[in-house]
Design a protein around this ligand. Structure first.
Ligand code: FAD
Length: 303
């Protein structure tokens, strides 16, 4: 099986999550080559073929040009699958490539099973297993679903050039607004999930964070409901954290949450469901009602 991996670089740096593409290829035991639009010097640690285009000429991002470059590499490699990360770059570019080739696309792959791919469904509560219906297919991989693997070696460069297009012009990147807290540096994080029930219970979780000398984190529904600020959100659309201790309070362990915290040193999960997926990464699972257990634990620790 042959995969054409679409790597990403930004402002002269190969992006770490692109290494997950190699982890996916390894899981499939597939041959690989890569497409990368970037600056000289931001190549991955990978000894295979890299179809490389200089972003100074093509722009850091230009969907028309980048699509042409990917199509040119597909023409040469004739892969079975063209694989993107499920990033904002992948969201935008993958369907353009699939439409140009008139092939199927499977988005947000979280696992592989016997020549088929697992995709989340029913608001991430279940997985379905799907086989592409076309000979070639475009895939996007959910962040954190596959290990980031560095194959090592020096890339064999094949330079790509694309004709200009002035339909889209890259203007620049804008830095995100400064956050009131920096969870990425916290050594202890206590996170609130939907299982805490209501906004009024957030201070109970915050009190445990305080007594432990840590920061308050949260899952996305807690943020979407307006119970806490987005700066506290952990996960693919929040922050990636790796504290020494992570306490997940009423959090199920959806892949988008795990992607942001599974590298934590020691993980304690408090959940009334002993089969909650967070159990897959937890060192300790406390099966209890979070609103009874957390205040009791905080009181003990305060003593
Ligand atoms: P739920 O999945 O509803 O889980 C609640 C848990 O609480 C359950 O396990 C339940 O058993 C437990 N519970 C209920 N009551 C109690 C109680 N009284 N005591 C103890 N346990 C109790 N999510 C993120 O967190 N971060 C992200 O960055 C993120 N990005 C996303 C990006 C995309 C593109 C998509 C599609 C989704 C994203 N999500 C993200 C959402 C993610 O898929 C899940 O929906 C979310 O993580 C679920 O949050 P939760 O675990 O708090 O809630």
């Amino acid at each position: 099986m042959k995969l054409l991996l679409i790597g990403e670089s930004r402002e002269g740096k190969f992006i770490d999550y692109s290494y997950e593409l190699f982890g996916f290829a390894e899981r499939l035991g597939a041959e690989t080559s890569m497409v990368l639009v970037g600056r000289d010097g931001d190549l991955p640690e990978y000894g295979g073929t890299v179809y490389f285009a200089d972003s100074a000429a093509c722009g850091e991002y230009n969907p028309e040009l980048h699509k042409k470059l990917v199509l040119a590499a597909i023409e040469r490699e004739k892969p079975d699958y063209v694989v993107f990360s499920h990033s904002s770059y992948g969201w935008d570019l993958a369907p353009r490539v699939a439409a140009a080739l008139q092939v199927g696309q499977l988005s947000e792959i979280v696992g592989v099973a016997d020549g088929a791919f697992e995709l989340p469904c029913c608001s991430q509560k279940m997985r379905r297993t799907v086989k592409p219906a076309t000979a070639m297919a475009v895939l996007t991989l959910q962040g954190g679903a596959f290990p980031a693997t560095k194959p090592g070696g020096a890339a064999q460069l094949q330079r790509l050039e694309a004709e200009g297009s002035d339909k889209v012009k890259f203007v620049g990147y804008e830095a995100a607004e400064a956050r009131d807290i920096d969870l990425a540096k916290a050594e202890i994080i206590v996170s609130a999930g939907r299982g805490i029930g209501k906004a009024e219970n957030v201070p109970v979780i915050a009190a445990l964070a305080k007594v432990l000398g840590g920061q308050l984190g949260a899952s996305r529904p807690v943020v979407d409901s307006g119970w806490v600020e987005h700066s506290h959100q952990v996960g693919t659309t929040g922050q990636t954290v790796s504290p020494k201790l992570y306490v997940a309070c009423g959090i199920s362990g959806a892949i988008q949450h795990l992607a942001g915290m599974k590298k934590s040193g020691f993980i304690v999960a408090i959940n009334k469901d002993k089969d909650a997926p967070i159990n897959e990464v937890a060192d300790v699972l406390v099966v209890a009602d979070v609103m009874q257990f957390v205040p009791a634990l905080t009181a003990k620790l305060a003593k």
